[in-house]
Structures are given as C-alpha cells and as structure tokens.
Design a protein around this ligand. Sequence first.
Ligand code: ATP
Length: 387
Amino acid sequence: EFGKIASELNLEIYLVGGAVRDALLGKKIVDFDFVTNDAISFGKRLKEKFNGTIEIFEETQTVHFVFNGMNFDFVTARREYYVDNSLVPVIEKATLKEDLARRDFTINAMAVDIREKNFGILYDYFNGYEDLLKGIIRVLKPLSFIEDPSRIFRAIKYMVELKFKFSRESEILLKKAVEIGALFSSKSQRVQEELKELIAKDEIDQVIQFFTNYGILKEIFRINGIPKATVSAIKSFYKTEKDTTKRIHAFLFLIYLSKCHINEEEVNKIFGIRKHEILKIKEAIEVFKNIKESFSKEDLPSIVIKLNNLDLTYVHAYYYKTKGEVKKFFKDYLEKLRFIKNELRGSDLKELGLKEGPQYRKIFDILTSLKLKGEIKDKNDEIKYLL
Ligand code: ATP
C-alpha cells in the first residue's frame, strides 16, 4: 500500500536499515523505516488514506505512523556531513545511496524498493548482504566511531544479539576510537542511551567481556577488569530484576563498590545519571563498605535501620555478593526484617503534639528498632512508649 501511494505521487520509496537486515535474517519486524524523496507529501497523502496515528514533522522531514502495534517511520533521503570540528552534522536532501552512506554498519545500510513495479529489488552499495551472510560487523568509513561514538555500543549490541564478529579493520578502528577518548568527546544522548541499553542486557557477562577487550572498561571506570564474583552477582541480580533503570543502578553500585572513587562528572556525562542518583549510590557504597565492621560493632536493629534507609535495589544487589552467615542475614532482611516497621505515622506524631521536623525520622527509627528487639509490638505499645 505504501508503494502504491509513493507511485501515485511519483516518489521513490524503500524499506531500509534494521528492517531489511532482520527480514533477510528471517526475523520478525516491528519497526519499519522507509526512505523516500519527499516524506512530507507522502505523509500528507497517508493521512488522507489511513486512520492510524500519523505525525508529520516538517522540521526533520520525517513522518511517524503507528498501525496495529507496528511503527512505520518515513524519512526524506538525506546526506550528513561534518564541517570542521563541529559535532552536529549538516543535513541536506540527497539520493538513496547518500542516505545509506551515513549509516552505521554495512548490514544496516541496505534498502529494498517497495513500489509495485520494482518490488523487492535490493540496493546494497556496501556489500551488506555478504557481511550479513558471514556474520560480520563493518563500518562504512574509517572515522565512523569518532563521528558518532554511540556506534561503539551499537556494534557490541549486534555482536551480542546476533552473535556477529567484527571485521578486522573495524575492530582496530573501534579500539583506536576508544583509546583517543571518543566516548567522552561530547555529552551525547545517543551515547548514553546505547550504553544504558547494553548495560541492562541479560547477556551482561558478554558485554563486560567486550568492554574489557576493547578498553572501554578502562576508559569509563578506570579499571582493567571486573572480578568474577562481581560479574556473577550482577548476573544473578538481573535474573530476578527486569527493570532496566534498577539494573543499571545495581550495575554501577556493584562495580563501584570495590573502587574508592566515583567521578560524578564522568558518570553523569556518559550515563546521563543525575547527581542526586549518584549520591544515593555513593551512600549505599559507604554503608556496605563498612558492613563487616558494623556486624561486630552494632546490634542487628541498627543495621536493619541503616538498610531501611537505602534504596532496596542496592541491598538486593549486595545480597548476591555475600556468602555464608552474612548472606543468611541479608536473606532474612529481604524476606522478613525489612517489613518490620513502626506503625505510627507523621500525622499521629503531630496529634501527640510533637513538632514536625527531622526528629520524626529518628523517632520512627527508634520505634522500629524496639519492635525488631521485640520490646514493643503494636501501635498502642508505640504510643505508650512515647508518652
Ligand atoms: P535495533 O532496533 O535492533 O537496534 P535498528 O537497526 O532498527 O535495530 P535503530 O536504532 O532503530 O536500530 O536504527 C534504525 C537504522 O538507522 C539502523 O538500521 C541504521 O541504519 C541507522 N542508524 C541508527 N543509529 C545510527 C547511528 N548512530 N549512526 C548511523 N546510522 C544509524
């Protein structure tokens, strides 16, 4: 149907990028990207013919169409180039070949004509089909990773997801780009997003292996490797936690646990994680760094209260790093102790005539502590204690 509309308007239209790659691999496609020579006129005609949600963006010359749970994106063929040291590319209208030439890897730079008269003709200017058959990731130009460092993470994503290998030259180019600091060359949302997507992957152990081999670990975390015990703790955490944000936070926490220093600027720049979130990670690290000492110095209720005041994610992640008696305690904490809380609320304290303020937190902690010791049982006991 899209081919028909394009033909009526005398436009070219091609399915491009990941959809072509996945179709050739026999995979299911849900996101379809098309290149045409005038996405705006195409989008306007689409709007007349279909009821789905159609958004037209004149500024970027793109059209987004959602239909039956599938996403269709139409873009006007364009060419991108970088002037001097500018990080923002200049964008101009262009031919299909030029549009494909700005893409990341050969396997993502193929197009298929979808007009009736040419239906199914494959445009493969960069030998993507051959690379796809051989399972090879290859960049289109030597400066590719430096132009857009998010491609470093995209390459690793494909190696993990598709089990593809790098071409020799591309691998060398990637290592060089990392070495000269391309990852920190600019604060790019693309870099942040691709990195976070990778770090939240089920196959985190493979991702860590690539990060180690390519010098990425050294660049981002200033370390040469991650201990096996930490990798398996991360892996275990991921088995029970599917939320990507929690996975990323737990990952950072476990990595930084064995290091003394977190550079907030750097973490913020490359992960896009806000400063107050980083502070929470730091706070958790402080507690866990001294946890062994705490066990010999403090009573259990005061440890429980310390843990209660942290995000559960970190306690949960730390659990997978522990062994023996300590593990038993953390299991107990996660399953039972953390649910033992005082019952009085802030409003109750107010009614009792206590002035609002940070002392409320202290009172709650004392009550919880007494409850953990079994000295008080319910709300009435709490009131009695306070009076
Ligand atoms: P997946 O969703 O599995 O990652 P995809 O290839 O569809 O696959 P998208 O991020 O949706 O990934 O990108 C669509 C297409 O846009 C890619 O196939 C590629 O041709 C191009 N592309 C995406 N990111 C870049 C980039 N950083 N540099 C150059 N081209 C890119």
